[in-house]
Design a protein around this ligand. Structure first.
Ligand code: ZN
Ligand code: ZN
Length: 153
């Protein structure tokens, strides 16, 4: 997103819109699919030699659940995008695309989970436990604390 500095009125301005998801450069990452537009809602104000930008960035995308490996749709929200750019009276525009990308990347979880209740895959047979149970699930795992019961305190 390029901010045309000359068009920012003295009292500041509010910019709302979207950039194509391709600015995120997420193509080819196997755990990410279907990247939507980058939406922005930004307050922009010039304070002497600085252009202050703050507001919210939103990105819809499909991420692969780290537990069950199914893709799910989610929205990454960065509600606290804050940057300041040096400007002079000759500055025509300021390109904030790289900073938008950087901030949103920080907000994409490295361990995304499709839902709190996701049961994940069976570690033994690989069955998706959200869809079906498997035989191995019924095997009682030895309780690491059970030995405490036999202690006579
Ligand atoms: Zn899941
Ligand atoms: Zn299993």
């Amino acid at each position: 997103m390029k901010i045309m500095v000359a068009r920012i009125p003295e009292g500041g301005s509010y910019l709302e819109g979207d950039d194509p998801g391709t600015i995120m450069e997420l193509e080819g990452i196997p755990s990410i699919r279907a990247v939507g537009d980058v939406r922005y809602e930004l307050h922009i104000q010039q304070v002497s030699e600085e252009l202050m930008v703050h507001g919210m960035l939103l990105l819809d995308l499909d991420l692969k659940c780290a537990r069950c490996t199914q893709f799910f749709s989610t929205t990454v929200a960065d509600s606290d995008f804050v940057r300041a750019y040096p400007v002079s009276k000759d500055t025509e525009s300021v390109d904030i695309t790289i900073d938008m990308r950087e901030d949103l990347l920080l907000h994409i979880s490295a361990f995304p989970v499709c839902g709190e209740g996701c049961k994940g895959l069976c570690a033994q047979c690989g069955a998706d436990l959200n869809k079906r149970s498997c035989a191995c699930e019924k095997q009682e795992r030895p309780n690491p604390w059970s030995g405490l019961d036999s202690l006579n305190l």
